[in-house]
Design a protein around this ligand. Structure first.
Ligand code: GLU
Length: 387
């Protein structure tokens, strides 16, 4: 099977190998296969998340279950048909889902936040930046962010389409927050060499180094009962995340202490190795001239702050702006001698930077009439080419 191996994942050190984790809980897992949410399962997942959180790890949850909850509450027949029906169910279920998480996390003294995202939000440059900045700020504040697709407006997901499900959403979120690990927790052990329900010789694939066409073929015809996705969307998500330098594991979320074990590197489920480093993939994305729209020229002090001290780029250090770009675009950063320092996502448009360049951050609001923060390029959104 070429790139597939079934050897054990070797985690040699006792130090936890991951710092920032996105955990996706699918509907099938949260309902335990029934027509309502299984509080025991959710409570066990929440306790594990809380434990990891209190150990200092950073977690973001992507949770399904809104539609299932809405359906249970309204008690409408399963097949009333049509997308608006499911959107209604999501609208009814989402706040119940959050209420449940709120209650469970409060037992562990953890504050929760809700972020409802859509694919189009994230493909829009300003939307991407806003979502990224908000999620990173929540992480910094130690608030547990619970993400779901905004089903009320995102039609793709609820149709039988292949994109827009919570598997792909969680890969996008993992990329957005620069996670090290994406856990796709479901109600099956992982990826098998054949359908385990039908074939007695089906073998669990414990490690995938690269998602080859053979691996993709294994997913054909697999779906889950209650969720939108199945193995196909999980492999799509794994492909996206591993290309961004993120390790992915598909595992059975009902297994005792599964998250704690996976995070410590235990070989359970199917683990997909990242195919590049996180920095590399981010660098590749930012440095690919294709997406850069403009140029900022910075003075010697700012160049040193970026290069040596890994600081954000402030307006005061900017000498010149070239090209026309919007907030959220990627810009190249040069020093006054023309040395390419790196690139980053601009928090202000070229027109704004023309006005605020060289001035103290405190004056931004007065000059523009608004203020997106003192950083013109935040260090979280900056890639130095020497780094
Ligand atoms: N967003 C949907 C929900 O909360 C579930 C989507 C999925 O299962 O992938 O019900």
């Amino acid at each position: 099977m070429g790139e597939v191996t079934s050897r054990k994942f070797s985690s040699s050190s006792s130090v936890l190998p991951y710092r920032r984790i996105v955990a996706k809980f699918g509907t099938g897992l949260l309902t335990g296969g029934s027509d309502q949410l299984n509080e025991q399962i959710i409570s066990s997942l929440v306790s594990q998340v809380a434990k990891l959180h209190h150990q200092g790890l950073e977690l973001v949850i992507v949770s399904s279950g809104a539609i299932a909850l809405g359906k249970y509450k309204l008690g409408l027949p399963r097949k009333l048909g049509g997308i608006p029906y499911k959107q209604v169910l999501a609208a009814v279920g989402q706040n119940r889902l959050m209420y449940l998480y709120e209650q469970l996390f409060s037992q562990h003294n953890i504050t929760v936040a809700q972020a409802l995202l859509t694919k189009s939000d994230l493909s829009d440059r300003a939307g991407y930046l806003n979502a990224r900045n908000t999620l990173l700020a929540l992480i910094k504040l130690k608030v547990m962010c619970i993400v779901n697709e905004n089903d009320v407006v995102a039609v793709d997901e609820i149709q039988e389409a292949k994109f827009g499900d919570n598997d792909n959403l969680s890969a996008m979120v993992a990329n957005l927050v620069d996670a090290d690990l994406l856990l796709l927790l479901t109600d099956i052990d992982g990826l098998y060499t054949a359908d385990p329900h039908r074939s007695p010789d089906a073998r669990l694939i414990t490690q995938v180094e690269r998602i080859s066409p053979e691996i993709e073929r294994l997913t054909a015809g697999t779906t889950t009962g209650t969720g939108v996705g199945g193995m196909i969307t999980k492999i799509e998500a794994a492909k996206l995340a591993t290309a961004c330098g993120i390790t992915v594991v598909i595992a059975d979320g009902r297994k005792k202490d599964i998250m704690l074990k996976l995070v410590s590197g235990e070989a359970l489920g199917t683990r997909f190795s990242p195919i590049s480093s996180k920095l590399e993939s981010r660098k590749r994305w930012m440095l690919s001239g294709l997406s850069t729209r403009g140029k900022l020229v910075v003075d010697a002090g700012a160049a040193q702050a970026l290069e040596k001290y890994n600081r954000s780029l402030l307006a005061a250090g900017i000498r010149g702006v070239e090209g026309k770009f919007e907030r959220g675009d990627i810009v190249n950063i040069y020093d006054i001698k023309g040395f390419h320092l790196g690139c980053g996502i601009a928090n202000y448009s070229s027109a704004d930077i023309e006005i605020i360049k060289g001035v103290h951050s405190k004056k931004i609001a007065a000059l523009l009439g608004y203020d997106y923060g003192s950083e013109v390029v935040h260090r979280d959104n900056l890639v130095s080419i020497s780094r």
